[in-house]
Design a protein around this ligand. Structure first.
Ligand code: ADP
Ligand code: ZN
Ligand code: ZN
Length: 729
């Protein structure tokens, strides 16, 4: 027997299938991880195929060992990897790595065969703690409170004699079975089923009976989409199938998990990149063994090794987090559709602001369009647009308009809650010379630096480099340095001046650095401990706080002026989502949107909650200007430390790409090679080839472009492609 093996190696140039002999007596299956000799080393690999005779005539080496007691990669994932390779130009091993928890890899795998220890199950925790007698032993008991551990790991981190004593005294017991940690830390109560509203009932019936593979559930914020998702999942479970529920932010997983656990119990697992290695491994094991049947998570949960997936739900499908921007790059909806196809299941894309692309596909009949136009609570919040230019004219130079200040006071006085949304982190963003326009940039990355008041430093968000704050302009010497736009921290400071006595919470990248921070902040706000929550895009999505009646949106235009064809769409989505946080329960909500462009169509449509109107206008713009969804944008990026080599490589690839223009004629609407807008990141030079083409022959064009990349590859230069990238820095 000969095994085709993908070796687990990081060298980006190696993307080959190697052949190994399966020694007689060894049982190797497709999808198993194996240990193989490679050069003069022993490394891990994935067996992706088995055959009777080798393709090469070279003498083959033998597989040393199988690594796991089960196949870590499922049959479906082996097929999925093929699809992803053809579509995204990524290495085999980078696909396969996506499918397994990192804890399995890198030699630590032997732990799988070792022994576990856990607390004795026959008496209460408190008693065990008492019996432990010494502080060191008690610490071990505390550590194992939520679940067992590998004996080897435990003894590598705490004194082995201490552990042995505990085992001798029967406080710890050895076991060959894992005792699972529960990521929530507790099991919520099972909930009663609410009676569906007519719109929910109709949506559910349509989705369950549709012939199409994909439904676009367009439901305004607060229309009760979650309940529809859960009914669809219940149906899948009843048919003996499994389900995946994706949410756009890690911060939304705990609350979704809680709702799902209380409906479906412990067959719900959670997967996202915020879990610890151990938790991730536990959850993954529960899935691959079939114990978990529903997976809730962020983007990466789309790869959950569930069998027989009946329904995949992508909530807030328009969200950019569903596109992976770092290697390996992939689009979650592509994977979802592929998996649904493979398993004969369904995909539900849900949103209050569907992407232009999805809505167009729904209008064309490729997706089933399902609408829920009304809130469960009845009313949409009133949205007021405030012209900030007028505020300045009338003498108000502050962050808050007069109307927002007054409304905040009312809300606070009524004992209700407010959310203030701002799309930025830190104290204020860029630093600029008022006289000559100089802005501080990172010397390594060519990116505008961000000012952080906490340590009075300028920081590069791309590489993390820090710089001293300027006190005069290095170009012209002027001392008139302007701090750019406002940040969350500054907003909190200003609010404290107006409301010295109330509690204000802040939620952004900085305040959510620790693992439990999301839940702590959201929990504190939900319990009414604070009356105002200030935050970035993290507070824009999904959260359901019944006592929030006011939402303030500061600097709404900010996202309008990005150099991105999607900036209008993004701004519309953001404003609608944030507004959707107000007045979700019985109390009426109000939204105050502050902008310097009050007449912009985005705000006019958003204020009327007119998604259809916005869609028509935006869709038409895309059509006449040849932008997605009418075309596909492809960026081929070449980067490396040696600029000459990068240029050489870019030239070589461009030479191969250029003839495509003749081959595909009018189908290619744009083709250009250039230095990237951010020419350098972490001391790597970046050059790019941009292509924009009509969609009719996109498969062929993409395949040809990948071929050109393959042929033009140069050693020392990394080459990758992005399809419809989220940004073009
Ligand atoms: P969406 O995801 O569409 O923004 P949610 O699913 O969060 O909306 O639902 C909004 C609120 O309505 C939630 O508090 C939810 O518990 C409640 N809700 C949903 N369906 C029903 C129903 N059939 N009866 C009563 N309340 C419901
Ligand atoms: Zn200057
Ligand atoms: Zn930098």
């Amino acid at each position: 027997m000969v095994a085709s093996v993908i070796v687990d190696i990081s060298t980006s140039e190696i993307d080959r299938i190697f052949e190994y002999l399966v020694p007689s007596g060894m049982q190797v299956r497709k999808g198993d991880r194996v240990l193989v000799p490679f050069g003069n080393k022993t490394i891990e690999g994935f067996c992706i195929d088995l055959k009777d005779s080798p393709d090469t005539s070279r003498e083959l080496k033998e597989i040393i060992d199988r690594l796991d007691p089960y196949s870590a990669i499922t049959e479906e994932q082996l097929e999925l990897a093929k699809f992803m390779r053809a579509r995204y130009y990524i290495r085999h091993v980078d696909c396969l790595r996506l499918f397994i928890p990192s804890k399995l890899r890198g030699g630590r795998v032997r732990e799988l065969k070792r022994q576990y220890v856990c607390l004795a199950q026959d008496r209460p925790y408190e008693q065990l703690l008492e019996e432990a007698a010494t502080p060191a032993r008690r610490a071990v008991v505390e550590r194992l409170k939520e679940g067992g551990e590998f004996l080897s790991r435990l003894t590598s981190e705490v004194s082995a004699s201490c552990v042995n004593t505990l085992i001798k005294h029967g406080i710890l017991i050895k076991t060959d079975r894992e005792i699972m940690r529960s990521p929530l830390g507790y099991e919520p109560q099972k909930s009663e089923l609410p009676l569906l509203r007519p719109a929910q009932q109709a949506a559910l019936e349509t989705i369950l009976s549709m012939q199409r593979k994909v439904a676009l559930l367009y439901g305004v914020t607060g229309s009760g989409k979650t309940e529809v998702y859960m009914r669809c999942i219940a149906q899948a479970l009843q048919e003996g199938k499994t389900a995946i529920m994706l949410v756009p932010e890690i911060s939304l997983t705990p609350q979704t998990l809680k709702i799902f656990r209380s409906r479906f119990g412990d067959i719900v697992a959670m997967l996202h990149s915020g879990l610890s290695d151990g938790e991730r491994f536990d959850e993954w094991r529960r899935i691959i063994t079939g114990d978990a049947k529903v997976v809730v998570g962020a983007r990466s949960a789309i790869f959950a090794p569930l069998k027989n997936v009946g329904v995949i739900i992508i909530d807030e499908e328009h969200d950019s987090s569903y596109v992976s921007e770092s290697n390996p790059r992939y689009i979650t909806a592509d994977i979802a559709k592929w998996r649904a196809e493979y398993n004969g299941g369904k995909v539900i894309l849900g949103s209050a602001t569907p992407s232009i692309e999805s809505f167009l596909l729904a209008k064309r009949g490729q997706y089933e369009l399902v609408r829920m136009d009304e809130r469960i609570s009845g009313n949409m919040p009133d949205m007021h647009i405030v012209d900030m230019k007028q505020e300045i004219i009338s003498g108000n130079n502050g962050i808050f308009s007069a109307e927002l200040t007054a409304s905040l006071k009312d809300t606070v006085a009524r004992g209700e809650q407010a959310m203030i949304f701002l799309n930025r982190r830190g104290h204020s963003s860029f630093v600029m010379c008022k006289k000559c326009g100089y802005t501080a940039k990172c010397t390594d990355c060519d990116i505008t630096l961000t000012y952080h008041s906490a340590d009075n430093k300028l920081k590069c968000h791309y590489c993390g480099k820090r710089y001293k704050m300027l006190d005069c302009c290095p170009e012209c010497g002027s001392r008139e340095i302007r701090y750019g736009k406002i940040g969350t921290q500054r907003v909190v400071e200003e609010l404290k001046k107006i409301f010295p006595d109330i509690n204000i919470l802040r939620m952004d990248n900085e305040t959510t650095a620790t693992k439990t921070a999301y839940l702590d902040i959201l929990g504190a706000f939900a319990s009414g401990e604070a009356q105002i929550l200030v935050g970035t895009q993290m507070i824009a999505k999904g959260h359901d706080f019944p006592n929030v009646t006011l939402v303030g949106i500061l600097d709404a235009d900010m996202s309008l002026y990005f150099s991105d064809y999607r900036s209008a769409e993004r701004t519309f989505q953001l404003v609608t989502q944030v507004a959707g946080r107000a007045g979700r329960a019985a109390k009426l909500g109000k939204v105050i949107l502050q902008t310097y462009s009050p007449n912009h169509y985005v705000f006019r449509f958003a204020a009327r909650y007119d998604y259809d109107g916005f869609f028509d206008k935006e869709n038409n713009t895309r059509l006449v200007s040849d932008f997605p969804p009418y075309t596909t944008i492809m960026r081929i990026m070449m980067s490396g430390a040696d600029e000459d080599k990068v240029i050489e490589c870019a030239k070589a690839i461009y030479l191969k790409i250029k003839p495509l223009k003749d081959k595909y004629d009018y189908d290619i609407v744009y083709m250009q090679a250039m230095k990237s807008p951010v020419g350098k990141i972490e001391n790597k030079f970046r050059y790019q080839i941009l292509l924009r083409f009509k969609r009719v022959r996109e498969r062929n064009i993409i395949a040809d472009a990948y071929k050109a990349m393959e042929e033009g590859k140069t050693k020392g230069v990394s080459v990758f492609a992005e399809i419809n990238p989220q940004n073009l820095n």
